[in-house]
Design a protein around this ligand. Sequence first.
Ligand code: SF4
Length: 264
Amino acid sequence: MQGIIFDIKHYALHDGPGIRTTVFLKGCPLGCWWCHNPESRSGKISSFTKQEKISDHSIESVETIGKYYTVAEVIKEVEKDAVLYEESRGGVTISGGEPFYQYRFLIRLLKSLKRQDIHTCVDTTGHVDQDLLRKAAKYSDLFLFDLKHFDDKMHIKYTGASNRQILDNLIMLDGLGKDVEIRYPLIPGMNDDEADLYRMFAFLDKLQNKYPISILPYHKIGTDKYRRFNIENKMKGVKEPSQTQIHKVKKHFEEAGFEVKIGG
Ligand code: SF4
């Protein structure tokens, strides 16, 4: 069996505990306006024609995103960092896109990593089938779980999907007693309404476990990709949050009793 991977990042420090290798699986069912990897959304290997200007010349080239890997090939790649995992209590994070988009490959990879006794983490949108999530939970030590918007209508507007399944899935993982870190992307003017935040706090408070929060401030690093890959950018004119805005939101989380950090 093969999966389509669009990147393998070594020495990752923000995708879970310790030093990690992050494996990015291609494909995502959402379409977040602020996505900084828009080229990863298609579940197929994709090619983009790029136009670049060098001096007065316009040069056209084709960039291919994604490559087939077997589980054994991924294991061979991540095992290169095995010493670092041991020394730093790190491991392997499987991210996307949405890793469950290729759920068969994801679950096989997780099983294989656990056979090697490697700490595993899945970075998910939560917009996934609950039975598959439960299955993957047997082999995943930690979930990085996105909460992008608490208002369902706004969630649909900005991501293309309802948040109901996502919230149900978080309740399910909580019931299983899994380790979870909540990831909240802070997008000014889109998901930082205080009333919505307080509703999110109330929801999180009702869970059996109190999960740490990572605030991921919107950044424009991926903006150029929209131009390069000729994809519509709906974030034109949206600014990155200021330090004041970021710390204000952090303070709200802290006052609600959450352990919170900025960044992954
Ligand atoms: S879930 Fe992540 S990869 Fe998918 S569209 Fe949203 S930001 Fe992009």
